[in-house]
Structures are given as C-alpha cells and as structure tokens.
Design a protein. Structure first.
Ligand SMILES: [Zn+2]
Length: 276
C-alpha cells in the first residue's frame, strides 16, 4: 500500500454539505431539549472533523430508504448514499463516517473477481446503528418514529432507540418486508461490538457463519491488511508527511479537475475536491 503524496480530497466546499451543516446548526441553536442539543453539537463537530480529514468523502443520492455508507475501493472514496434533501439521513450516514474515522468500522480494500468494487463496512454493529439513529432523532424525531417496524415499535424518546427496536426495523420496499438489521452472521451488521481492536474470538462471535480459518490465533482486525481503517491510514500519512499538519492550512484552492470521469457521469454524485 502506498502513502498518498498529498492530502486526500475532502468534501469542503460542497454546496449540499454546507446546506446540511447550516440547517443542523440552526436547529441546534433553537432546540431547548439539552440532550438532543448536545447530540447535535456532536453531529456538527463530527462534520467538522470529516471536512478536515485526509479521507475523501462524497455524497451520492439514492431514491429510496435506507441509505448507506460505502467505500469505493478504486477511487478511495467513502460515499454517503443518502436521499436528496434528507438532513436526517445525512446525519445518520455521516455518523457512520465518524465511526470509520474512530476505527469502529473498516472497509474491504482489495479488488477480487466476483466482489463489487464498492462495499459496505465491516464492524457496523448495533451500537453503531443506535448511535446513528439517535443522532438523526436529535434533529428530526419523526424520521425515526415513522420507520416501519415489525413489532410496531415507534420511538418517542431517545432511549427507546434500542436493540429490540433496531432489530425489528423493516424495509417495506421488499415483498415480503425484510428486517434490515437482523444479523446474518456472515457480513453486514452484527450484534457483537466490532472495531479495529477486535480479536479472532470477537470475529467468530460476530460472523458466526463465516469461514473462521481466515482469522489466525493472534488476529486483530486493525492489523488486517485486507481492510482500510482510518487510524492506520492517518498514521501512514503522518509518517509520510512529518512536520506541521498540512491538511488544513496548505491545501491549494478548490478545483473540480481531479474529479474522476466516472463521478462526473453520475449526475447525482456531488463531489468536490482540492488539489492540482
Ligand atoms: Zn446505519
């Protein structure tokens, strides 16, 4: 794996990103409820840190819920797949972006025949999802209350966004509806908490239907070169770029010329970048 020669592209300057940011800030200032207010403060802080990250992020529009956060391996971009104009959805997916930056979620980082080159995260667990739903609830309670639920659970308070609720959230665009967060034991969401410190035992417990021979006795997810994890990426970047932090202060002016043609073809992808 090579170190990037310059800071990676960031979403700073993206109009839609700024619009969401302003909207969330306005909401936070108006809110009386201190719990929700604090969560929105954290949401704004998270957006700040994503904006100043060495990781590239992009917004892509999807027509139907649920959204998702995926990694485009070829272009090294984390993509927030959200519904247009849906601030709650934006908060949910960017919360997963923050979890990626903290090492709570990693992404497959190799191309293989038969596997898509844009993939979902490993380590997306119930805790990560509950945090993402609580964050969007802080802005718009109805965005969570209204979600189809097999047991007809509809949270009116933050603490009602819990595991029994989550596991019964349905995607009613499918017939019959599917339980979005029911762990399949192979990939996708897990009930067990998984992050870059997870061991062989943790992986086997979380992905109980996967081939366990892939994890050696001394396995640690954060050391697995098959996965992109942000703390390791940042460490490599800092080793390759000693001295004062360059990411914020010395970036060249915005230009759209580095946008890969593939993204330009995708009309709904908003993707702005720095760099020559
Ligand atoms: Zn989620």
């Amino acid at each position: 794996m090579t170190s990037p020669a310059k800071p990676d592209t960031v979403v700073h300057g993206n109009r839609e990103w700024r619009k969401f940011y302003k909207r969330i800030g306005r909401h936070e200032r108006r809110l009386k409820d201190s719990l929700r207010k604090n969560i929105l403060k954290n949401v704004l802080e998270n957006l700040d840190s994503l904006q100043n990250s060495i990781q590239k992020y992009a917004i892509r529009h999807v027509s139907e819920p649920p959204g998702g956060t995926t990694y485009d391996i070829v272009h090294d971009v984390i993509i927030f797949n959200i519904q247009r104009n849906n601030t709650a959805n934006f908060i949910h997916e960017t919360t997963h972006g923050g979890q990626y930056e903290k090492g709570e979620i990693v992404y497959r980082n190799y191309l293989a025949r038969g596997l898509p080159d844009t993939c979902g995260g490993v380590g997306d667990d119930f805790d990560d999802e509950i945090a993402a739903y609580r964050a969007q609830f802080a802005l718009d309670p109805n965005s969570v209350f209204d979600l189809p639920n097999k047991l007809n659970k509809h949270p009116r308070r933050l603490k009602e966004i819990d595991k029994p609720w989550l596991v019964n959230v349905e995607d009613t665009n499918h017939h019959p509806p599917v339980l979005i967060y029911l762990p399949n034991g192979k990939d996708g969401v897990t009930e067990r908490h998984i992050n870059i410190f997870s061991t062989r035992r943790d992986m086997i417990d979380a992905y109980f239907r996967a081939d366990s021979t892939q994890w050696r006795d001394d396995y640690i997810l954060g050391n697995d070169p098959r996965y992109l994890n942000y703390p390791a990426k940042l460490r490599r970047y800092r080793i390759a770029h000693p001295g004062p932090q360059a990411a914020k202060s010395t970036v060249p002016p915005f230009t759209a010329s580095t946008v890969h043609p593939r993204f330009l073809n995708c009309a709904s992808t908003l993707f702005l970048s720095y760099g020559p």
